[in-house]
Write a protein that binds this ligand. Sequence first.
Ligand SMILES: Nc1ncnc2c1ncn2[C@@H]1O[C@H](COP(=O)(O)OP(=O)(O)OP(=O)(O)O)[C@@H](O)[C@H]1O
Ligand SMILES: [Mg+2]
Length: 466
Amino acid sequence: MEKPKEKPIIELKNVLKKYDDKTVLQNVNLVINKGEFVTLLGPSGSGKTTILRLIGGFEWTTRGEILFNGLDIKDLSPHMRDVSTIFQDYALFPHLSVENNIKYGLRLKRINLPRESIKPSIYKKQKNLQKKWAKEAKDAMKKLDKIQAEYEKELTKKKLPKNKLVKIQQWLDDSDFKYASWEVWPSLMNEKFEKKYLTRKITNDEMDKIVKDVIKLVNLEGHEKKSIDQLSGGQKQRVALARSIVIEPSLLLLDEPLSALDAKIREQMQQFLSDIQKKLGITFIFVTHDREEALRLSDKIAIMRDGVIEQYGTPKEIYDYPVNKWIANFIGDSNIFEGKIIDNDEEIISILDQKIKYWSKYKFGQNEVVDVLIRPEDIEIKKSKGLIKGIVETIVYQGSYYMIEVKHKQYKILVESASEFEIGQKVYLDWTITSMHLMTQEKEKNKNKDTVSLNLKLNKEEISNE
Ligand SMILES: Nc1ncnc2c1ncn2[C@@H]1O[C@H](COP(=O)(O)OP(=O)(O)OP(=O)(O)O)[C@@H](O)[C@H]1O
Ligand SMILES: [Mg+2]
C-alpha cells in the first residue's frame, strides 16, 4: 500500500542544550512526521524530558533550532504551537471533578465559523492585510540588512570607542532573533486575524457535548462528577489523556505517562493509547525507559544516551539492526561476540573459534574486529548436530518459553527454546547466516577518558619504579 507523503511536524536541527556548563543535549537532529507515534527511549538522565520540554516550549535551546510545521518554535505563540503535554504526575487539579478537569483544557478553545457564514468582504480584507503584513516584514528586513551592513563596516574601522563596539556587537548577536521575528510576523498577524474574524468561542452546550464525547472515548462514563482523589491510577491517567486530547492538538507530548501504573493496567493503557492515537491521528511523542513498551507502541524509536540520539528508526530496524553493542543490549536480550573479518570479499568471519560465512549490507575492513549480535530467539538448540556444541548451564522459565544458557568453551550463549532441556545436558546450537548482525565496535567513550589516562599514568609509574 502506498503511504501518503510524509510531512514533518517537528524538526530538531543541531540542537544543543546546556544547563550552566553541563551539556545535556549534543547536536540532536530529529524529524517527526505528522501522525507518527515516536518514542524517546533511553536511560535516566539521557535527555528525554529535556527534548520534550524544548518541543513544548518550556525551555529554549542553547543552540540549534526546532521547527514546528516549518516555523521556528521560539517565534510561535503557545496557541499556535498546538501542542498538549501529559506529565508523569498528570498535573490534574485534585479539587476539581473529572468533568471540570477536562473542561479546563477547553477554556481557550475556539471554533471555526462555517465558511458560508463569513462575508466575502472579510476574506478580501484578509487578503489585503496579508499583502500589507508581508510588505511590512520585507521592508523591516531590508532595514535590518542596511543596519547590519553599516555595523559590519564600522567594525572594520581601527579606532572604535569601546561602548560603541559593545553596542554593535550586541546588536549583531541579536540580529538572528530580529530577522526571525519578522519572518513569522505575517503568519502571526494572520493568526490573530483569523481568531478574531473566522472563529468564535464555544458555547456551554457545545462544551458539554465535547466533554461528554471525550469522556466516552476514554471510558470514564459514570465518573464525571467524581473528584480526582477518588480515582485509581489508570483512571487518573485517562482523565489526563482526555484533558489533553479534548483541545484536538496536532501534537501530544507524553512524559512516561504509564510509569506509575502496575503491569496489568499499564498494558491496557498501552493498548488504549495506541488505539486513540490511531483513531485521532494525533502525532505522539512518547517518553519511556521501558524497551518493550517502546517496541510495542512506536512507529519510530529514538534511542538516547548521554544527550545524543544514537539511533532513530522503526522498532524492527532497531531490534534487528542496532548500530552498536550498547543499543543491542539495551533493546533486547542479546548474545554479542567479538568477531574478526577473515576475508571481506568472500565474507568469512571468525567467531566463537569458528570460521563461518557472514552477510552484511555494510563492508567491513580486512581483519577488522567487530561485534556480532545473535538474538537468543534466533538460535536453535537441539540434541544432535549443529554448528557448535555446548553444555546447558542454566534454565529460566519465562512464561511461554525457556531462556537457556549454554556454555561452549569460554563462551556463554543465551538461547530461547519452547522445549525443555536439562542442566548439564549436551546440546548443539545452530543459527542462520542472516541472524548474525555485524556492528562496528564503539570507540572509547569520552566518559572513560579519565580512567584510561589514569591507567596510562599508573603504567608509566610502574615502569619508572622498575
Ligand atoms: N533545570 C535543570 N538544571 C540543570 N540540569 C538539568 C535540568 N534539567 C535537567 N537537567 C539535567 O539534564 C540531564 C538530562 O535530564 P532529563 O530530565 O532530560 O533526563 P531524562 O532522560 O528525562 O531522565 P529520566 O528518565 O530520569 O526522566 C540530566 O543530567 C539532568 O540532571
Ligand atoms: Mg525524564
